[in-house]
Write a protein that binds this ligand. Structure first.
Ligand code: KG4
Ligand code: ZN
Length: 365
């Protein structure tokens, strides 16, 4: 029987202060004993986006409580865990530093090993936490700061086969929401507004869709929405709620179509290397979008590929994914020491060429 492994995970790379305890009890059984999040949305609301200094200060204030809460709910203390896994990047430098410094202190104080985790690896390994899937699988990571197709060959082996060359889709959702006066974060408010909208009213662009490969582009969409909004205001003297809904529905449709077209290309590339038992998974905040999830599911079914979308609370930022990545690394004997630093930029596939652009967490990987 495999050794039971219990890891405390800490996440503070953007605007959520999170801690979780995850336990592996056998090769096939994993339990999330606790997953606590202190969200900072209210603190940033009036600024229309995440303010890095406010985020960093809130993380330092809240880490204590969130970690204590997570241990308490798991009915454990630091003596009962095997290691402390912490997000060491990429992300907002102040937030990542808060988490890393805190985890170092805990590690020294408790004499438990420290493991630095790439936040993107946390997202990309989540389908193994929820469904114990085998490598290699194809992952579409779509969040507020990232957008990439990854061939996941192992806990530390990721090959990026495509990415956004400009905005991440979540960033596009957030910017478009701001343009049409919907609240932040933009994804959920656009999805809600789109429910009563006509997705055929506006034909927003689908950049790069006819090009080879699976790189994507989303920045042209917000410019087009801006023009549409300004025209409507000029013609009608204002923007009405029906306009908000129709723009939301048409925009969501455009994002979904770009993702579907490029996932088709990515699936073809992936199936060449893994025609047996293929699995596709989507993760990151944008993976909570119902239309995108449904369309990706339908697409993978036509390819006969197994589709996995983690539950929404494990798609958006959380610490359970960091604790799980910690379990994967712990099993491989990976440990860090006090030289662990915060890396605001940390691509998962270091060999992939850099792409232009900055997300809300800094330069995109
Ligand atoms: O993964 P995440 O929690 O944080 C990052 O690592 O960025 O993703 C947050 C992003 C935000 O841009 C938010 O607008 C978007 O995910 N998002 C959504 C939805 N829920 C969150 N986008 C589209 N539809 C949603 N339902
Ligand atoms: Zn994330």
């Amino acid at each position: 029987m495999a050794k039971i492994i219990t890891i405390l995970g800490i996440e503070s790379s953007c605007d959520d202060t999170a801690a979780a305890v995850v336990q592996l009890t056998s090769e096939t059984e994993v339990n999330i004993l606790s997953s606590k999040i202190f969200g900072q949305k209210e603190l940033h609301k009036k600024f229309g986006g995440v303010v890095p200094e406010i985020a960093a200060r809130a993380h330092t204030e809240k880490l204590d409580y969130v970690i204590e809460d997570a241990l308490e709910e798991a009915k454990l203390n630091l003596n009962n865990i095997d290691a402390i896994a912490v997000t060491a990047g990429p992300g907002l430098i102040g937030g990542v530093m808060s988490g890393v410094m805190y985890a170092k202190g805990l590690s020294v104080g408790s004499k438990k090993p420290l493991i630095g985790i790439n936040h993107l690896a946390g997202h990309a390994l989540t389908p193994r936490l929820t469904n114990q899937i085998e490598f290699p699988y194809l992952m579409l990571l779509i969040s507020g700061g990232h957008c990439q197709f990854l061939l996941v060959h192992g806990p530390t082996k990721f090959i990026r086969i495509g990415a956004s060359i400009d905005d991440a889709p979540g960033e596009a959702f957030d910017k478009v929401a701001r343009l049409i006066s919907l609240p932040q974060p933009g994804g959920p408010s656009i999805e809600a507004s789109a429910k009563s909208g006509n997705s055929k009213r506006f034909n927003f662009p689908r950049p790069l869709i006819g090009r080879d490969g699976c790189n994507m582009s989303f920045s042209g969409l917000k410019t087009s929405v801006l023009r549409t909004r300004d025209n409507l205001i000029q013609e009608q003297g204002g923007l009405y709620s029906i306009d908000q809904s129709d723009i939301s529905a048409s925009f969501q449709e455009a994002i979904s179509e770009i993702l579907i077209k490029k996932t088709t290309v990515a699936l073809e590339m992936y199936l060449e290397i893994n025609p047996n038992c293929p699995t596709f998974s989507v993760a990151g905040g944008v993976a909570s979008n119902g239309l995108i999830r449904d369309n990706l599911k339908k697409l993978t079914e036509t390819f006969g590929v197994n589709f996995i979308a983690p539950p929404i609370e494990l798609c958006t930022d959380n610490a359970a994914m960091i604790a799980w990545a910690g379990i994967e690394y712990y099993r491989l004997g990976i440990r860090d020491d006090m030289s662990l630093g915060a890396r605001p930029r940390w691509p998962l596939d270091e060999s992939a060429p850099a792409l232009i652009g900055y997300g809300k967490k800094g330069r995109k990987a």
